[in-house]
Design a protein around this ligand. Structure first.
Ligand code: PHE
Length: 498
């Protein structure tokens, strides 16, 4: 009889790599990376970003996959087997993705609506849609149902199968959009210049920090996802190779996304005779306001390209959200020994319920209101700041510290060498993981929190509120761990029933 462990894991190395790349490639690649690149000196920023991926992201990813794989269990057990007193590192790694799901699903709902509407036209619709509560709730639900179906199917038959189809599809759609845009003619070369011409004078400490932060978010580090996906792999997967492939793919998609976006925007600006910089080139506004206008100005074929574009964004968002839904589901399945379908449904229902206030708050903000704001921010920005700026770096730091200090670099080397690592490479990596990476992550964290409390040099009480809330979350999780989880069984992948 097939054992349960096999049943709940990835069937193949490439399945794992595609699923992990699916987690990594998300909204962060499509709207975060291109804009940050353009703003921070083009190709000069790309070079720094690649260095961050190589020296921080890649090594942290190795730590996270390694932690999951050696325990074959959820993040809490993964840390507990190292030392019972640090199991709470794992509880943070389970809580952070849950918080992210509450707002990511709302954005996912936006992408479904915009894809659906591509053929009729999305120009100028952002505020109408965002302000229509029932529509936001409906599309968030549709998005969550996509994700739910995949996660309910399990790791091998749900997540792996979906990733194997969706990731190549995403790539093809992206290539089609890029090729189409590059042949638009007028303005295209200006867009490429704006995006990629290196300007080293724009590289400052803050651009380096931006690159580090972006690398973390983009690679899905510090949110439990890689620990969980890593737990579903075994010795047959080469850790070094898999982590490299995930990093390369993620970076490549981010770069290509900019090559679709900026030439299209500059083409539009040139045709309209307006300066491109006057258009909104960042985040939510770039994706849901500027780009629809740009695509739709091209005529009927523009609508088709717009649909391809949003279909690609949905894929990117779904394959990301399933990875974080899996984190909570896996823990519930293993801790309470309940069936996957029930656990996942529970997670989806809770996520849906909490995404409603987030959606309402965001819609109100986009329409100039201030309903359901926390510390002067709409709920999406609030949750995003709490997780991105404070909790994710902490969580990533703990993964490196656990590997470098708690497992101990010597023991870690031995285990990594069992994986077919060259001894010299393993020794070098273990030093980097022990000293270099934690130090850099600590720097990101410290500057991130300072930037929050003293934006542009002046004290901001709301920023302090966000920082204190994050600390309170960590404190509560520590208490919960010691009271409830430290001395009870937290389960492993073997506990998945059915
Ligand atoms: N790497 C993802 C991105 O770029 C971040 C993320 C992963 C967000 C999983 C949510 C869920 O968007």
């Amino acid at each position: 009889m097939e054992n349960t462990k096999k049943k709940s894991g990835f069937a193949s190395g490439i399945g794992f790599v595609l699923a992990a790349a699916g987690s990594a490639v998300g909204l962060g690649n499509l709207w975060g990376f291109p804009f940050k690149t353009a703003e921070n000196g083009g190709a000069a920023f790309v070079i720094i970003y690649i260095a961050c991926v190589l020296f921080i992201g890649f090594l942290t990813m190795i730590c996270e996959i390694f932690l999951g794989r050696r325990s074959q269990a959820n993040p809490i057990t993964s840390f507990k087997v190292i030392n019972k007193n640090v199991g709470w590192f794992g509880l943070i790694a389970v809580a952070v993705p849950l918080i992210i799901t509450f707002y990511y699903s709302v954005l996912g709902g936006y992408t479904v609506k915009f894809a659906f509407n591509s053929f009729w036209g999305n120009t100028g619709n952002l505020t109408n849609f965002a302000g229509s509560e029932w529509q936001v709730i409906l599309f968030t639900a549709i998005f969550l149902i996509f994700a739910l179906i995949v996660v309910m199917g399990g790791v091998k038959d749900g997540i792996e199968k979906a990733s194997k189809v969706l990731m190549p599809a995403l790539f093809i759609l992206l290539l089609l959009v890029v090729i189409f845009v590059l042949f638009l003619g007028e303005g295209v070369s200006d867009g490429l210049k704006f995006y990629l011409v290196p300007d080293f004078s724009k590289i400052t400490l803050s651009s380096v920090l931006a690159a580090m932060g972006q690398a973390f978010y983009s690679l899905s580090l510090g949110m439990g996802a890689m620990i969980v996906y890593g737990s579903y792999t075994g010795k047959e997967i080469n850790l070094l190779k898999s982590a490299s492939m995930i990093c390369v793919f993620d970076t490549f998609v981010a770069l290509l996304a900019g090559m679709a976006i900026f030439p299209a925007v500059f083409h539009f600006a040139s045709v309209e005779g307006i300066p491109a910089e006057s258009l909104k080139l960042q985040g939510l506004m770039l994706m849901f306001e500027t780009l629809p206008k740009v695509f739709e100005s091209i005529g009927p074929i523009g609508h088709v390209i717009e649909f391809f574009f949003f279909a690609m964004v949905i894929i990117a968002a779904v394959t990301s959200v399933i990875s974080i839904m899996e984190v909570s589901s896996q823990f519930i399945i293993q801790k309470f020994k309940i069936k996957r379908k029930i656990a996942t449904l529970g997670v989806a229902v809770i996520t849906f319920a909490l995404s409603i206030p987030v959606g309402i708050s965001l819609g109100s903000m986009l329409n100039g209101g201030s309903i359901l704001q926390i510390f002067g921010m709409d709920m999406l920005s609030f949750l995003d700041t709490v997780t991105n700026t404070v909790l994710m770096p902490i969580c990533a730091l703990f993964s490196c510290v656990a590997v470098g200090w708690f497992i101990g670099s010597k023991k870690a080397i031995r285990e990594l060498c069992d994986d077919g690592f060259n001894q010299k490479v393993a020794t070098a990596l273990s030093y980097l993981i022990k000293y270099f990476v934690p130090l850099l992550i600590a720097v990101i964290e410290i500057f991130g929190v300072i930037g929050l409390i003293f934006p542009s040099g002046t004290f901001d009480v709301n920023g302090l509120g966000v920082a204190l809330t994050s600390l309170a979350i960590v404190a509560i999780l520590i208490v919960v761990y010691f009271i409830w989880l430290k001395n009870t069984n937290t389960g492993t992948n073997m506990d998945e029933i059915g």
